[in-house]
Design a protein around this ligand. Structure first.
Ligand SMILES: NC(=O)c1ccc[n+]([C@@H]2O[C@H](COP(=O)([O-])OP(=O)(O)OC[C@H]3O[C@@H](n4cnc5c(N)ncnc54)[C@H](OP(=O)(O)O)[C@@H]3O)[C@@H](O)[C@H]2O)c1
Length: 337
């Protein structure tokens, strides 16, 4: 079978990790890379053995030798770059969050649907073996009806400063979109869309969430979620059912160990990651591309739309607004009544 030819645009921190993992996945190659900085593109291409280096994203999007594009730029660029890549006839794996808000995600999905091209949000945790083990235990009914999820994601990013992508509003700063998306994903994946959300945040002077807590209420369950850029912590996740519990060890979103506790007995499963763990989402994108599937059944377009709507709702409650939100229709409907 012909190798799938990948392109990467936005050659920063995550792009380096992704490119290293891409080299571990069979049947695909890094064909081209593009950066706003020509030297960065050249050096990246050399290090990761890409055939071509572009200093213009659109040249990569129109390169007939590229099949799939990985968008690794800052959140506010995701929608525009994805739409341009799709317009160039490329399938797209775009970093999380897929868009700044649900209006952007709707546009991206609509473009992929019209063009009949692959689009997936790079929510890599969904494809990791430890997450699949947790899903298996829950699907088997090992812990019975799920009643409680507790998950958090935080690290101390203060030293990066207010101009960094973590804190600057124009760079999509704020903990929810960057890391709070993972706890929200866990609750949404296993419990669905909550009936109510109660969110509280401490905002920076620039108006982004430095620290954010949400309680998601379901008819018979609750989820307590937390994200922050101002301190480190042990980052485990807990899922409790009527018959047992599951613990995902720190850092749970990339856990290599998970534990089932049931009737006083413990079962621990450990997994060796292939690379840093981005290999699994790459394999899924490759599988979809080869099967002519425009979306992954493991993390669908609707899943990304739902997640973005939940983030819109949480942001509306705590008062975090971005320039992209002018596109959001009926923003008030997300406010707490
Ligand atoms: N899945 C994960 O584990 C994971 C981990 C970290 C980040 N991420 C996601 O990956 C994305 C990038 O994060 P990162 O940490 O890699 O970011 P980064 O290193 O700060 O920047 C990535 C690229 O974005 C472009 N960029 C940076 N600042 C810009 C600006 N002011 N204006 C326009 N473009 C700018 C640059 O692209 P050029 O090279 O073209 O100049 C840069 O190389 C984020 O959306 C984040 O959510 C995911």
């Amino acid at each position: 079978m012909k190798k799938i030819r990948w392109g990467i645009v936005g050659l920063g921190n995550i792009a380096k990790k992704f490119a290293a993992d891409l080299s571990l996945v069979p049947d695909c190659v890094l064909q081209a890379v593009a950066s706003s900085d020509a030297l960065r593109a050249e050096q990246f291409a050399q290090k990761h053995k890409a055939q071509k280096a572009y200093s213009n994203y659109d040249q990569l999007f129109s390169d007939p030798e590229v099949d799939l594009v990985y968008i690794a730029s800052l959140h506010p660029k995701h929608a525009d770059l994805t739409i341009r890549a799709l317009a160039g006839g490329k399938g797209v794996l775009c970093e999380k969050p897929l868009g700044m808000n649900s209006a952007e995600v709707d546009q991206m999905v609509s473009q992929a649907s019209q063009a009949n091209l692959f689009l997936m949000e790079g929510l890599w945790t969904r494809f990791n073996p430890s997450f699949n083990q947790v899903k298996k235990w829950i699907d088997e009914g090992q812990i019975g009806a799920l009643r409680y999820i507790h998950a958090s994601f935080s690290f101390n990013g203060l030293a990066k400063g207010k101009d960094s992508r973590l804190f600057h509003p124009d760079k999509g700063g704020g903990s929810l979109l960057d890391i709070g998306i993972y706890p929200l994903f866990l609750a949404y994946y296993f419990l669905g869309i909550p009936g109510e959300i109660d969110a509280k945040a401490h905002l920076t002077e620039e108006g982004v969430d430095a620290q954010l807590s949400s309680i998601l209420s379901y008819p018979k369950a609750q989820a307590m979620l937390y994200s922050s850029f101002i301190h480190d912590q042990y980052m485990g996740a807990t899922l409790c059912g009527e018959k047992g519990e599951i613990y995902m060890y720190s850092r749970w979103h990339e856990a290599t160990q998970v534990k089932l506790v049931k009737q006083g007995e413990e079962q621990i499963k450990s997994f060796e990651f292939s690379g840093l763990g981005y290999t699994y989402e790459i394999e899924e994108a490759n599988r979809c591309f080869n099967a002519n599937e425009t979306q992954s059944e493991k993390w669908t377009w609707q899943n990304s739309i739902d997640l973005s709507r939940l983030m819109d709702a949480i942001r509306a409650q705590v008062g975090v607004n971005y320039t992209a939100d002018t596109l959001l229709p009926n923003r008030k409907k997300f406010n707490k009544s």
